[in-house]
Unconditional design. Structure first.
Length: 116
């Protein structure tokens, strides 16, 4: 009987401790979006650079808020960070594609000029 009471008490303490701990802040998605934007050179494209910087600041703010215990606001900042990083990625790729298109058009003009 005493064995059942002890095991039950230990189980209750373990469950209570598990419920009391706060889940860790999940920054992987935001961090990888930031790394992806950096990898394609977003810091070299003015509009993309702005959003990349915002994403980094929002990730920092999320970590700070999580340490203070404000998980909801931290999660919101993480979503913003991910969105800004993805926008930086798209803007960077857009600039690359625009540059490629301009080079292709210049090559077409040059070929047309040579064929006249």
């Amino acid at each position: 009987m005493i064995y059942v009471v002890i095991v039950g008490s230990l189980l209750l303490v373990a469950v209570a401790a598990g419920c009391a701990s706060k889940p860790a802040l999940r920054t992987e998605s935001s961090s990888s979006a930031i790394r992806a934007a950096e990898a394609v050179g977003a810091s070299e494209v003015p509009r993309a650079s702005l959003h990349l910087q915002l994403a980094k600041e929002e990730l920092e703010r999320a970590n700070s808020m999580a340490k203070k215990g404000d998980k909801d606001e931290a999660a919101s900042q993480l979503l913003r960070a991910e969105a800004d990083a993805e926008l930086a990625l798209v803007l960077s790729k857009e600039q690359d594609e625009k540059t490629e298109a301009e080079l292709a058009m210049e090559r077409v003009r040059q070929l047309q000029k040579e064929n006249r």
